[in-house]
Write a protein of this length. Structure first.
Length: 215
């Protein structure tokens, strides 16, 4: 699926950036899915992103079938319709969106709560900050997925050990991301984003299993 969307998203600013070193292929595949989720959820899809999604191809696994469903839906969706769906899902028209993409709000009902403070403390330790011009709190699902992508690939320094990846996932994704993606999959306003929710839900389950977490 590729993970080259980081520069387009411009969500994070790695303070300790060094050259990436070789990363195992299976980990690059994981990083690619995190990058895809971040690219799709950081902002409404533009024409380049829709064209990219239309060319995705998955295998016969449940995750692969969700990828194929997303590609098929993208082929029937214009940029204007994609933008409207994103707005309804996450912002709404005066009354708020159907879903909240922020961990604090998802877990506590309010933004800028303890989950965000805990995340900011860990990001500071990792040498990661929001890029200039990004106003959303760092516990936005797109930002957290981008951080996981960077930890895997070494975009923020050397590739993080599996133990460090596991610790970050356990604190900042495991408590809420799977529920968020499941809610997206069944959201009333989701059409193009329904398979995005399916991809995220399936992938969070794969990551939980790989890291040894119980459901």
């Amino acid at each position: 699926m590729g993970s080259g969307a980081k520069g387009e998203r411009q969500l994070s600013d790695p303070k300790n950036k060094t050259d990436q070193t070789a990363v195992p292929e299976e980990d690059m595949q994981r990083a690619g899915i995190y990058a895809l989720l971040s690219r799709l959820l950081a902002k409404p899809m533009d024409n380049d992103t829709i064209a990219f999604v239309r060319d995705l191809a998955g295998d016969e696994s449940p995750l692969g079938q969700a990828v194929n469903a997303l590609a098929a839906m993208a082929k029937r969706t214009t940029q204007a319709v994609a933008e409207e769906e994103f707005t309804v899902l996450f912002y709404g028209f005066g009354a708020g969106g159907e879903l909240s993409p922020f961990g604090s709000q998802y877990l506590t009902g309010f933004v800028y709560e303890k989950p965000l403070a805990d995340l900011r403390r860990d990001l500071e330790e990792l040498g990661i900050a929001r890029a200039d011009g990004v106003s959303d709190p760092e516990d936005h699902i797109a930002f957290v997925c981008e951080v996981m992508h960077g930890l895997i690939t070494g975009a923020f320094g050397q590739p993080a050990s599996l133990e460090r990846q596991r610790a970050f996932f356990e604190k900042h994704l495991a408590p809420w991301a799977g529920h968020f993606f499941a809610d997206m999959e069944k959201a009333k306003s989701a059409a193009l984003y329904m398979p995005v929710g399916a991809i995220g839900k399936q992938f969070m389950e794969i990551e939980r299993d790989a890291f040894g977490f119980s459901q």
